[in-house]
Design a binder for this molecule. Structure first.
Ligand SMILES: Cc1cc2nc3c(=O)[nH]c(=O)nc-3n(C[C@H](O)[C@H](O)[C@H](O)COP(=O)(O)OP(=O)(O)OC[C@H]3O[C@@H](n4cnc5c(N)ncnc54)[C@H](O)[C@@H]3O)c2cc1C
Length: 403
């Protein structure tokens, strides 16, 4: 039976970055991934990276976004991985006078806390992003935000983990987990080509994204993370036409007004059941030349079939911001599953109801941009035995229970 000091279940950005930083700290790590590295949300997302600065009193969000930005930069600029990282900045469109007032107040509030954000007229925005709509009331500009290729990045973290000594095993779907009386873990995985393999480890890390709850069920625990579908569309390859990541404040404004979430519904979704409650938007042009956009966040269990109406609503929204998109038909669409916690906060740290058990998940709709620092903070916690202060906000003890 192969033995590892630490086993990580899940080869998305959360799992492989945790493996990388643990291996860097000298730990023996094995990652078990049932598909390929980045085969789920981490490899198919929009590639947008958050970050508005550290602010005067950095909180968990500042650490996860700004810390991750540094890790993306390091991976590309110091370790030589071409992950198509670019600190491009983001423009968020404003569509109504109400959204304008909301955006102005938000900008004033965030700037007073030391964050980098500006309010632009549409005329000024065109100087940054020539294809943007001159008739909109304005744009928020977030200069520190960035972008990177999601699949290349996730695979680069896995490769850096392997180079640092970690074992990364794909096509290993974990189907049974048990803890023996000495506190160590037995993990059984089944192979794509049939057969099973058993592993033994002192410490177990759950990094299974939207599948954390079903994996938790193998251990008899309930992890309140639900799968939320995000879907996207892409144009054909076109010459450079979009220079920032693009968003809209419409959903942020609507979410600031409504508190319609129930106990079984995460905050900040675009739908309540089948009914749309807002339009959300994010997109960019990839280095390869496709313009990609998405936005919907819908609770449909693990269904990743695409909803054509949602794609059309999203395209209309994008065309309001970048009118030239009207001439670019959709070439392909896809969907993936995001790990949303029920209270909207990440779940990162030690699960106290079992010995030697940790989790890095609940990264929701922005886990690509937050995953590397989530992995780094968890690795520091496991290595030192002391919880980084900033992880108090993400403590699994608040929500993980016996099932
Ligand atoms: C359409 C879309 C657009 C998005 N856009 C952005 C964006 O622009 N910016 C951003 O920051 N975020 C974005 N996100 C969110 C982001 O992709 C996720 O938050 C992030 O990738 C989650 O990473 P993860 O490692 O936790 O989960 P995942 O990437 O889902 O990885 C979990 C892994 O665990 C594996 N696994 C599950 N069960 C088992 C098992 N039993 N045994 C072994 N392995 C198992 C899965 O196969 C999977 O590979 C988007 C997501 C989607 C779907």
């Amino acid at each position: 039976m192969p033995e590892a000091e630490i086993i990580i279940i899940g080869g998305g950005i959360a799992g492989v970055s945790t493996a990388y930083y643990l291996a860097q700290l000298g730990h023996g790590v094995t990652v078990l991934e049932r598909g390929g590295i980045g085969g789920e949300a981490s490899g198919i997302n929009a590639g947008g990276l958050g970050g508005i600065g550290w602010g005067v009193a950095p909180d968990l969000m500042s650490y996860l976004t700004m810390g991750s930005l540094e890790e993306f930069k390091t991976l590309q600029m110091d370790h030589g991985y071409d992950i198509e990282f670019r600190q491009s900045g983001t423009l968020q469109s404003i569509h109504t006078p109400q959204q304008y007032d909301y955006s102005r107040d938000r900008m004033i509030h965030l700037r007073s806390r030391g964050y980098s954000i500006e309010l632009l007229t549409a005329r000024d925005a065109i100087a940054f992003e020539p294809g943007s709509n001159p008739n909109l009331p304005g744009f928020l500009y977030l200069p520190l935000r960035g972008q990177a290729d999601p699949l290349k990045t996730t695979q680069a973290f896995a490769s850096a983990a392997s180079t640092s000594g970690a074992t990364v095993l794909t096509r290993h779907g974990v189907n049974a987990v048990s803890q023996v009386p000495d506190g160590s873990w037995r993990v059984q995985s089944s192979w794509e080509h049939g057969g099973t393999q058993e592993f033994r480890a002192g410490t177990l890390v759950l990094g299974a994204g939207a599948w954390c709850d079903p994996v938790g069920a193998m251990l008899g625990i309930h992890i309140p993370i639900v799968p939320v579908r995000g879907q996207m569309w892409a144009t054909a390859i076109v010459p450079p036409s979009v220079f920032h990541t693009i968003g809209s404040v419409e959903s942020l404004h609507d979410w600031s007004l409504s508190s319609a979430d129930g106990p079984d519904t995460p905050p900040e979704l675009t739908h309540q059941g089948a009914n749309r409650i807002t339009r959300h938007l994010y997109g960019r042009q990839t280095k390869g030349g496709e313009i990609v956009f998405g936005g919907d966040r819908q609770l449909v269990n693990y269904d990743v079939s695409q909803d054509a109406t949602g794609i059309e609503v999203n395209r209309d929204h994008a065309m309001e911001v970048l009118p030239f998109l009207r001439d670019l038909p959709i070439q392909r669409t896809w969907a993936g599953t995001m790990p949303f916690s029920l209270d909207g906060k990440p779940i990162i740290g030690k699960i106290p109801i079992r010995n030697n058990l940790y989790i890095v998940s609940g990264l929701a709709s922005s886990g690509f941009g937050r995953g590397p620092m989530a992995g780094k903070l968890l690795a520091e916690y496991i290595h030192s035995g002391h919880r980084p202060t900033v992880l108090a906000e993400a403590d699994p003890a608040r929500c993980v229970s016996e099932s």
